[in-house]
Design a protein around this ligand. Structure first.
Ligand code: ADP
Ligand code: MG
Length: 254
């Protein structure tokens, strides 16, 4: 039975889609079977971040009864996704069928959520076993994270932890304080890293674009932590990045 994990946040634009794709790839590199599902059906980004736009089947088709095998796409980076349809009239078909469909899968099902605590978010949370909450280290983001976490707990879902994304100099709240305020463990701290934005332009996760960048290494650390594996960050990262750049593949659907 798969582990169904929601990648959620109180506020938008904090890095959920980035986290879902890169954590997914990192878990996969550690030998896990992973699929990233676009659960942000009103504003789907998973396919777009990978340069994939047209799909015969999407998560909406699966919700209506299509075979999940027909809605899976493999990106050149190695990540498997179930995209959402970009067409607006396909939004909001109901998530209830997904639980049994995902349960039949193996490994990790990472669901990239829409932000906030709207009706769609709450009903999609119902089908998750666990949640990872992504936040930025600023007061508005932390406040909504705190509220979100208490709701998740009220729903009897396990909060695996908080990922502080885009951390750097402009820290408004210290890591230790975030942990206390949110009442959940901090399972990762991803730095602000321009390679993340560049990787989006290259239509591939930063783990495949610059596997030894600061952000990529931190995503790998989070994956290792989730699997309870000891992870040694590599040395000579910048030299390794240059070599990996030349061996990069194009993004295509397979
Ligand atoms: P969300 O899914 O929560 O809306 P995204 O993953 O789409 O957030 O990220 C929002 C924007 O922030 C994107 O342009 C992304 O490239 C950028 N971004 C995310 N994480 C980082 C990071 N660690 N460093 C730099 N830019 C980042
Ligand atoms: Mg997103």
């Amino acid at each position: 039975m798969a582990k169904i994990i929601g990648i959620v946040s109180g506020k938008g634009g904090v890095g959920k889609t980035t986290t879902a794709l890169n954590l997914g790839l990192a878990l996969q590199e550690l030998g896990e079977q992973v699929i990233v599902v676009d659960g942000d059906i009103k504003n789907p980004n998973v396919g777009l971040y990978l340069g994939l736009y047209k799909f015969k089947n999407t998560i909406q088709n699966v919700m209506r009864g299509a075979d999940i095998k027909d809605a899976q796409y493999l990106h050149a980076s190695g990540i498997r996704i179930i995209p959402a349809s970009l067409s607006i009239d396909e939004a909001g078909v109901g998530f209830s069928r997904l639980k049994e469909v995902f349960n039949e899968m193996e490994g990790y099902v990472l669901i990239d959520f829409a932000p906030g605590l709207g009706r769609d978010v709450l009903s999609l949370l119902e089908i998750c076993d666990q949640a990872i909450v992504v936040t930025n280290p600023n007061i508005p983001s932390i406040t909504s994270t705190m509220r979100f976490i208490s709701i998740i707990k009220e729903m009897n879902k396990e909060v695996l932890g908080v990922i502080i994304n885009r951390s750097g100099k402009a820290y408004e709240i210290k890591r230790e304080d975030i942990e206390i305020i949110c009442d959940a463990p901090i399972i990762g701290e991803i730095p602000e890293d321009e390679n993340v934005r560049k990787s989006a332009m290259m239509k591939t996760p930063v783990l495949s674009y610059k596997p030894y960048s600061k952000a990529a290494i931190k995503f790998k650390e989070v994956a290792a932590r989730l699997l309870d594996i000891n992870y040694e960050p590599p040395s000579f990262s910048s030299i390794r990045n240059i070599f990996s750049y030349f061996s990069k593949a194009e993004a295509t659907v397979i």
